[in-house]
Design a protein around this ligand. Structure first.
Ligand code: SAM
Length: 400
């Protein structure tokens, strides 16, 4: 049945026709987010924040960056002490959105460890021109630091030592959608349906690629899961982040030494590939509303798919990284001292009360198990044959 909100914009009609009448869902997601002239990210139509399309942790308050900075400083100081190869360090953010996290991290690092800041450069890796323009307005005002935008390929040709942060970016990578029906697997595609004079988008089953078949075969070893899982309903749909292996591989070549922190929507394979999850994890966001009709508002909303935790770790391990550990954001931020921030608000009075209450609400949202607190923090270290040990305060027991 056609979703009446899934009207196809003219530019996308052309793209689908050029491709012979249908495209893979992977291609669809890439186009609606990243097409240089029409994508939601590339045109900069997306707004992140309380008044925008959706909130990310850094967009709630700078407390997220102030807490994360404690971990980042610890990693930098371990790198500095090890004196393995470098006296200058890079803080790299992948997919910096509005640029808020990069800016707030630099401000927080300067407060926590002023001597470090002169040794750090900030590198932003942003795919989309529209987002980069927004980041420039935020980050170029930081005068205490050198800052540049690079592609991962640029960095591979001149690798650096440092810390890489990828907060809520891997969930925006295009995914393959797999449809299981009558014991067969298909690659989900998107095609045009003409009704009167209007074009709508509709799903179509396409032949699976050899990569998809290979992924399904390898899944028993990788995940202990055989596809299709038992007792799935007919037309069970799931997702595969097919770009992750190459992303981890390339990123490992960016670092001479250092760490990578991935923070994102994620869940264990058992839940991810459960027979009960019959429509996968994909949702769209616009004006703070989540929508499971993912063909609606093409190019005018965000699309996001959860990561599978074990797959992500496996792809990292087989592509140049060591695994440092993983936890929920709520735990991580409490381990880094979030409760101290909360206690410090208890003695607020008078005219500061309203901003203290706002700050308290944002802090609680960061650890809310029904919201951002459920995000996963996955940390990795460049796999080198050296004895560099990076401490991971965010994995310790929460402190009061
Ligand atoms: C959901 S936003 C995350 C924003 C930011 N990290 C935050 O926490 O507020 C995703 C960002 O990643 C960018 N992006 C998407 N795919 C990317 C890729 N392959 N490489 C670099 N940036 C990418 C988008 O343009 C956007 O800026």
């Amino acid at each position: 049945m056609i979703d009446p909100t899934a009207r196809c914009p003219t530019w996308l009609i052309d793209r689908i026709r050029e491709s012979g009448g249908s495209i893979s869902f992977y291609k669809y997601m890439d186009l609606v987010l990243n097409d240089p002239e029409n994508g939601f990210y590339s045109t900069g139509k997306l707004n992140i924040g309380k008044d925008g399309d959706f909130c990310t942790s850094p967009s709630l308050s700078n407390d997220f960056a102030r807490l994360l900075a404690l971990q980042v400083v610890e990693w930098f100081s371990d790198l500095e002490k090890s004196t393995i190869d470098s006296e200058s360090f890079s803080l790299i953010e992948i997919g910096p959105g509005e640029g808020t996290l990069s800016k707030d991290l630099i401000v927080a690092i300067a407060e926590i460890e002023p001597a470090l800041i002169s040794k750090i450069e900030l590198i932003l890796v942003e795919l989309n021109a529209g987002m980069r323009e927004r980041q420039e307005k935020v980050v170029n005002n930081l005068n205490e630091i050198n800052c540049r935008w690079c592609t991962i390929d640029d960095l591979i040709s001149r690798p650096v030592t440092g810390v890489v942060i990828a907060n809520e970016v891997l969930d925006a990578f295009p995914v393959e959608r797999l449809v299981f029906t009558n014991d067969k697997v298909f690659r989900q595609g998107v095609m045009l349906k003409k009704i009167n004079d209007d074009y709508f988008l509709e799903f179509v089953d396409l032949k699976p690629t050899s990569e998809i078949i290979q992924f399904l075969k390898a899944s028993k070893n990788l995940l202990g899961i055989e596809f299709p899982p038992k007792d799935i309903p007919n037309r069970w749909v799931t997702e595969w982040h097919s770009d992750l292996p190459i992303w981890f591989e390339k990123l490992s070549k960016v670092l001479i030494n250092g760490s990578l922190l991935v923070v994102d929507y994620a869940m264990e394979s058992k839940r991810y590939y459960s027979s009960m999850r019959k429509d996968g994890t994909l949702v769209s966001y616009k004006n703070q509303e989540a929508n499971i009709n993912i063909l609606s508002n093409a190019g005018l909303c965000d699309l996001t798919a959860h990561l599978c935790i074990e797959l992500s770790i496996n792809y990292a391990l087989t592509n140049g990284w060591k695994f440092l550990g993983e936890t929920r954001q709520g735990q991580a931020l409490l381990a880094l001292g979030l409760s101290k921030f909360l206690y410090s608000l208890q003695h607020t009075s008078g005219k500061d009360l309203s901003s203290a209450l706002n700050r308290r609400e944002s802090l609680l949202r960061l650890v809310d198990p029904m919201g951002l607190g459920e995000f996963r923090w996955l940390a990795f270290q460049k796999d080198n044959n050296n004895d560099l040990i990076l401490r991971n305060r965010f994995l310790e027991e929460p402190i009061n």
